[in-house]
Design a protein around this ligand. Structure first.
Ligand code: NI
Ligand code: MN
Length: 249
């Protein structure tokens, strides 16, 4: 007896109520939030001095359960202390960043990690990845090693690369993880530029590349249409998000 069609109907009665809803809100630069039914995860919350977030989102409108900070530079650390304090968010970052938050801001709801380590929560799994960059706080305090985060949540794998140039172990990440979305910096000057991002993309094998860390400031102006075309010529799928965009993953 064949009952498969009935099962299929029952399994997806309504896309709105499937229980696997996963959204990404992009706030410009490298700031974004992932939302599942269980958790809101804010990454690199550079909001108040972010020129492209203006009119898109306000610090007081953000209510994340978790904040991930890839490194201590101001355009990533951003409004972390204020958002964490007003929401009681769990801040996950390297040890130097969580220590700074405790010592300078008296905020102790933190979880430190380090390169290559992973943690499993009831809403998913995080692995901290390497980034070839630097990391210091706006006041000059050492910010530990820079990094990125591989997020495995609701059956999807999202790679927040942080600020980085291309590095050869990206091929390991491409082998070890089945990456659905890579948020890849393309702005050049402080990170990889458009051309180098192609080398990274080939190693990562992500299904979709979302460009970040470009066109926020004069130093990181990029022709994103040219980038999309170059990627398409090499069979790489891209998704360009305007600040303020909300997408279903
Ligand atoms: Ni940086
Ligand atoms: Mn940056």
């Amino acid at each position: 007896m064949r009952i498969v069609p009935t099962l299929v109907v029952w399994y997806h009665p309504n896309p709105q109520n499937r229980g696997v809803s996963l959204k990404l809100h992009y706030y410009g630069h490298s700031a974004f939030q992932i939302e599942s039914e269980k958790v809101a995860i804010l990454v690199d919350p550079f909001i108040s001095d972010n020129p492209v977030a203006e009119g898109i989102i306000k610090v007081e409108s953000l209510h994340p359960d978790v904040i991930l900070v890839t490194h201590a530079h101001g355009d990533h650390w951003g409004d972390t202390p204020e958002i964490a304090a007003s929401n009681g968010s769990l801040v996950i970052a390297n040890y130097e960043i969580t220590q700074f938050l405790e010592a300078k801001h008296g905020y102790t709801k933190t979880q430190s990690m380090n390169t290559g380590g992973s943690l499993t929560f009831n809403w998913g799994k995080i692995t901290q990845t390497w980034a070839r960059h630097s990391s210091s706080f706006p006041d000059g305090t050492y910010g530990g090693n820079p990094g990125g985060f591989m997020l495995e949540i609701e059956g999807k794998c999202i790679y927040a690369m942080g600020d980085t140039s291309t590095f050869s172990e990206m091929s390991w990440l491409g082998t070890d993880f089945s990456i659905d979305y890579a948020l890849i910096p393309i702005g050049d000057c402080f990170t990889m530029g458009p051309k180098e991002s192609l080398r990274a993309a080939k190693m990562l094998n992500a299904k979709v590349l979302i460009p970040v860390h470009y066109n926020t400031f004069p130093a990181i102006q990029v022709d994103v249409d040219e980038w999309v075309k170059m990627m398409r010529d090499h069979d790489q799928d891209t998704l360009v998000l305007n600040p303020g965009a909300i997408i279903d993953l």
